[in-house]
Design a protein around this ligand. Structure first.
Ligand SMILES: Cc1cc2nc3c(=O)[nH]c(=O)nc-3n(C[C@H](O)[C@H](O)[C@H](O)COP(=O)(O)O)c2cc1C
Length: 323
């Protein structure tokens, strides 16, 4: 399938694997890219630019296809070494960067000079337009369904995507709730040029996370996610567990007085315990409503081939049959 996104990133299928903390290691990025999608290494999971440079090298050893790096710009006071990370990306010859969080404007000239295409993750039309106006090459539009940070507007993709299509000139992919060929065809119908998937790619053979995480996603239904940290305006969609129940109880109890320190135990530094050790009740971890559509743990190639075959059949048979 050829779309503006496959052309932009030099990939075979319009499917991107979104950056995921403690999931987006070289093994997953390489597997997605080898299957014809765009795999993405999560930059900040590597604690230093040197470690990221090493992760990029490892990925290149596993694939000769294009892959990208996610750089999440956090609203923190003690900022990570972003110039160092950007240098590692440029020196590593990476040509695709997924930015997320704060405005990436400051970093665009250096990346563009190095021939990097930048896709910025946005949860609203206004942020998407801003990304376009500062020179981003594409946008990943994340609807309310998404795992991770859906923003504070709560607009699901059935509204958000056509709104983005009406306003944007640069291409965008649909993100949040994407799982299969139906998702891809629907996203294309709503104006997107491809899809970005997070949660679905965790439940794959190559995702280098503990088996417990994959099984938790397979076992979950669309009813099992919760929104946390809304009082802090840092809303995150996570899979419900005992830590999340505790967190929500604290949010109810403290109301507008809630501070980050009150919920540190449930959210800070929990990812390695969950993703690597499989201690599933260790804290809150991002997961999309799309868990309800995930019933197996295929290889990335099986998954992507299946999505493309399903999409082909829907377009050629089901949809064409209506005409
Ligand atoms: C476990 C997990 C960790 C994530 N970590 C990040 C991250 O570090 N940076 C980022 O930009 N997005 C992150 N995301 C969001 C994904 O890249 C993607 O936008 C989102 O998962 C799409 O929604 P879906 O899960 O319904 O496919 C994360 C998502 C999950 C599920």
């Amino acid at each position: 399938m050829k779309t503006k996104i496959t052309e932009m990133f030099g990939i075979e299928h319009p499917i991107i694997q979104g950056g995921m903390h403690y999931v987006g290691f070289a093994e997953l990025a390489a597997a997605v890219s080898n299957a014809g999608g765009l795999g993405i290494i999560t930059g900040l999971t590597q604690r230093t630019p040197e470690l990221l440079a090493n992760e990029i090298r490892r990925c290149r050893e596993m694939t000769d296809k294009p892959f990208g790096v996610n750089l999440t710009f956090l609203p923190t006071v003690s900022s990570p070494d972003y110039p160092g990370y950007i240098k590692a990306i440029i020196d590593g010859g990476v040509k695709a960067v997924e930015t997320a969080g704060n405005n990436p404007q400051k970093w665009l000239p250096a990346m563009h000079e190095a021939g990097i295409k930048v896709i910025h993750k946005c949860t609203s039309v206004r942020h998407s337009l801003k990304a376009e106006s500062i020179g981003c090459d594409a946008v990943s539009v994340d609807g309310f369904e998404c795992g991770g940070h859906p923003g504070e507007d709560d607009i699901p993709n059935f509204i958000l995507l056509p709104r983005a299509a009406d306003e944007l000139k640069i291409p965008f992919v649909a993100s949040g709730g994407m799982a299969d060929g139906r998702s891809l065809v629907a996203a294309l119908a709503l104006g997107a040029e491809g899809i970005n998937m997070g949660t679905r790619f965790i439940a794959t053979q190559e995702a280098p996370v503990h088996e417990n995480v994959k099984q938790a996603i397979v076992a979950a239904s669309e009813l099992d996610t919760r929104l946390v940290m809304r009082p802090l305006r840092n809303t995150e969609r996570v899979l419900r567990n005992t830590a999340v129940d505790r967190l929500i109880a604290k949010e109810k109890e403290l109301g507008a007085n809630l501070k980050f320190e009150d919920i540190m135990a449930e959210v800070a530094g929990v990812y390695p315990k969950i993703m690597l050790e499989g201690t599933m009740e260790a804290g809150a971890w991002s997961c999309g409503m799309v868990a309800g559509l995930i019933h197996d743990v295929p290889t990335c190639k099986q998954l992507i081939d299946r999505i493309m075959a399903e999409a082909d059949a829907i377009i050629r048979q089901r949809l064409a049959g209506f005409l």
